[in-house]
Design a protein around this ligand. Structure first.
Ligand code: MLT
Length: 258
C-alpha cells in the first residue's frame, strides 16, 4: 500500500506538466506527485471552446477518481491556483491541504477580460509563440534570466509548444472565473501560500492578502524569484513544500489516532 500523501500539482498558463519536474523528482520520497497536463495543454486532449476553472477541476477529480485517490494535497500555480480554488469549492472533502503559488483569488476586471479575449484571438491567429514572447519577460525574474539561462530557455520552450486552441480556451475560461475571495475565511485545511519576491504578473501583495484572509495559513516569499519560484529556486521551494507535506501527513496521522 502506498502511504505517501497524494500531491496534485496543477500547472499555470500557458504551461504544461513539465512545470513541475523539479517537484516530481524531489518529493517522491514523501509524496505521490500527480502532475497532469490540463485539457488543451501538453499531451492532454482537445479542449472545449471555453474551459472554465471548474471544468479543469472536474477533469482533475475524474483523474483522482480513476486512480482511486479520495484526498490529496492540491497545489496550483497561477492559473493552477485558480483551478485549485475551484477544486476546493466543488470537492472540499477531497482536499487534504492547499498550496497556492503565485496566484490570486479575485476575478478579472473588465479590462483584463478584454485582454483575455485578445489573447485568445491572437493565439488562434498568430500562434502561441507570439503570446509566449509577450509574457516571457514577466514569467521569471531578471536575476533568473541572467544567472540561469537554462531555466529561461526551458520556460520559453514550454510555453511556445502549447496549442493555440488550448491556450484560447483557457484564456476565455480565466476571463469567466468568479471571485473566490469570499471563500477564503472559511478554508479549514492547512494552507501554504508561496510566491516570488519579484513576481511581476501577480504581485506579492495578493499573496499577503490571501494569507491574511485564510485562517492559519503560512506565507513564504522566495527571494529573487519571479512568477515561477518552483523552477527559479527549486531547492527553496521544495524544502518549503516538503515541510508542509510532513505537517499535513502528521495532522492526518493524529486525526486517525484520535
Ligand atoms: C499564469 O501563469 O497561469 C497566468 O499568469 C495566470 C493569468 O494570466 O492570470
Amino acid at each position: 500500500m502506498d502511504l505517501r500523501v497524494p500531491l496534485l500539482l496543477i500547472h499555470g498558463f500557458p504551461h504544461d506538466r513539465a512545470l513541475w519536474r523539479p517537484q516530481v523528482e524531489a518529493l517522491r520520497d514523501i509524496a505521490r506527485p500527480i502532475a497532469p497536463d490540463l485539457r488543451g495543454f501538453g499531451d492532454a486532449g482537445t479542449a472545449a471552446d471555453t474551459m472554465t476553472m471548474t471544468d479543469f477541476a472536474a477533469d482533475l477529480k475524474a483523474l483522482l477518481d480513476s486512480m482511486r485517490i479520495n484526498k490529496a494535497v492540491v497545489c496550483g500555480l497561477s492559473m493552477g491556483g485558480y483551478v485549485a480554488l475551484a477544486f476546493l469549492a466543488k470537492y472540499p472533502d477531497m482536499v487534504q491541504g492547499l498550496v497556492l503559488c503565485n496566484t490570486r483569488p479575485g476575478a478579472d476586471s473588465d479590462e483584463a477580460r478584454k485582454g483575455r479575449q485578445a489573447t485568445a484571438k491572437r493565439a488562434l491567429e498568430e500562434g502561441v509563440p507570439a503570446i509566449a514572447k509577450d509574457v516571457f519577460g514577466k514569467m521569471i525574474s531578471e536575476r533568473t534570466r541572467s544567472t540561469r539561462p537554462d531555466i529561461a530557455s526551458n520556460v520559453l520552450t514550454m510555453m511556445e509548444r502549447q496549442r493555440p486552441q488550448g491556450v484560447a480556451s483557457a484564456a476565455r475560461g480565466m476571463a469567466a472565473r468568479p471571485d473566490r475571495t469570499p471563500m477564503l475565511p472559511g478554508i479549514t485545511v492547512p494552507t501554504l501560500i508561496i510566491t516570488g519576491s519579484e513576481d511581476r504578473l501577480i504581485p506579492v501583495s495578493e499573496s499577503e492578502a490571501m494569507h491574511a484572509a485564510i485562517p492559519g495559513s503560512e506565507l513564504v516569499v522566495v527571494p529573487g524569484a519571479g512568477h515561477l519560484p518552483n523552477l527559479e529556486d527549486a531547492e527553496t521551494f521544495n524544502n518549503v513544500l516538503r515541510l508542509f507535506l510532513l505537517k499535513v501527513g502528521r495532522r492526518k496521522a493524529a486525526q486517525q489516532l484520535a
